[in-house]
Ligand binder design. Structure first.
Ligand SMILES: Cc1cc2nc3c(=O)[nH]c(=O)nc-3n(C[C@H](O)[C@H](O)[C@H](O)COP(=O)(O)O)c2cc1C
Length: 168
């Protein structure tokens, strides 16, 4: 698939087949994230790869919209060292997007579970305690990954004419 087709056909997948993909496939998705752009090439990211079922179960309780994680064979926890970059949140968006696109391109399904919340540390504290994550790392997302067992209904996107508000 050409890169545009990968971008165009990627969807959030929240249901996964029971059979877990080889760990190497998940590592490849994480490796893709390492190539993402970041402010001043600060690369503030690090990751925890979770495959232990009991731990995944605990992570799925981070907030109501991370319940889908309970059926995931793997959860990738995306972390940011906020001292390394003055744009750590944007950097992490780029890295996670690369991970999601790589997952789709190799036949996996993935979905972002939001942990970082600008208004509260509650979800971060939950994940921090479950995985014993040091205080200097912010916890951005718990990403569920596995072989897809769902075909999401089509999604309406903005037209190009709507999105480009001006050409000057
Ligand atoms: C910052 C961010 C946070 C998200 N948090 C969640 C979440 O907590 N739970 C969830 O099921 N999906 C979450 N998603 C996935 C979005 O719901 C999904 O991307 C959106 O509905 C568009 O669908 P698509 O990814 O299939 O194109 C999140 C996506 C982003 C970018």
């Amino acid at each position: 698939m050409d890169i545009f087709d990968i971008i165009r056909t990627r969807r959030s997948i929240r249901k996964y087949k029971n059979e877990p993909p080889p760990e190497e496939m998940i590592k490849k998705c994480i490796e893709a994230a390492l190539y993402a752009p970041s402010a001043r090439n600060s690369q503030p990211w690090s990751f925890i790869l979770v495959k232990d079922k009991e731990t995944i179960q605990k992570l799925s309780k981070s907030q109501p919209y991370t319940k889908f994680l309970e059926g995931a064979p793997y959860v990738v926890v995306a972390l940011a060292d906020e001292k390394k970059s003055n744009h750590w949140l944007e950097d992490m968006g780029c890295a996670i997007m690369a991970l999601l696109l790589e997952a789709h391109s190799i036949g996996l399904g993935a979905c972002w579970g939001a942990i970082y919340n600008p208004e509260s540390l509650e979800r971060e504290n939950h994940v921090r305690q479950v995985l014993d994550i040091p205080e200097n790392l912010r916890i951005i997302a718990c990403i569920g990954i596995g072989y897809p067992d769902d075909t999401p209904s089509s999604k309406k996107i903005k037209s190009l004419d709507e999105a480009i508000i001006k050409i000057v």
